[in-house]
Design a binder for this molecule. Structure first.
Ligand SMILES: Nc1ncnc2c1ncn2[C@@H]1O[C@H](COP(=O)(O)OP(=O)(O)O)[C@@H](O)[C@H]1O
Ligand SMILES: [Mg+2]
Length: 171
């Protein structure tokens, strides 16, 4: 089974997946760098542009028993996508503390608030779960991912996370 752990940049994918045991973890960002698959660099947004077709081919060659970690991983034909979520307010605080450029902080907070990655995952992947990591440490997120891999789906079904009240409180 090919699993994607995805989510808005900054939500804690790399930190959590580095602690997941029992499955081969591939960090998609590292793969992109190793294989030179960044086709350009968006200076203004400080993000790499990735050739997703070449990336999908490289991933296919890695076999089926794999956990792909990264914000593009749900586009790499996984059987199951686990979307990590974080309260937009907490995400903003976390990214500011790390001195991310303010435009990028805003972009990611907005994307998280309106479920951009979740919707993309639902549109592209047969099975989707979501974990609210807001109050969890990376190791706890890793245990939650492992429990989904062991078959726990109900607790993490789509819709268990909802930022609408938080977002409405902004107006
Ligand atoms: N569960 C967490 N609680 C608090 N801070 C976290 C958590 N997970 C990650 N972080 C911090 O948030 C930042 C982004 O984490 P990272 O794992 O790189 O996110 P991603 O891979 O999703 O972009 C890092 O500075 C990291 O130390
Ligand atoms: Mg990362």
């Amino acid at each position: 089974m090919r699993i994607a752990v995805t989510g808005t940049p900054g939500v804690g994918k790399t930190s959590a997946c580095s602690r997941v045991k029992g499955v081969r973890v591939v960090h998609v960002n590292e793969l992109v760098d190793e294989l030179g698959l960044a086709s350009g660099y968006d200076r203004k947004r400080k993000t790499k542009e990735v050739d997703i077709v070449k990336l999908a081919k490289a991933v296919a060659a890695l076999g089926d028993s794999i956990l792909l970690e990264g914000h593009l991983s749900h586009l790499l034909k996984p059987d199951l996508a686990i979307v990590l979520r974080c309260s937009p307010r907490v995400l903003e605080r976390r990214l500011r503390k790390k001195h991310w450029p303010s435009q990028k902080v805003r972009e990611n907070v907005e994307a998280e608030a309106v479920d951009v990655v979740l919707i993309e995952a639902i549109e592209n992947v047969p099975e989707v779960c979501e974990i609210d990591t807001t109050k969890m440490k990376p190791a706890q997120v890793a245990r939650a991912i492992e429990s989904i891999l062991a078959g726990e789906r109900q607790k993490y079904r789509v819709g268990n996370v909802d930022w609408s009240e938080e977002v409405l409180s902004w107006f």
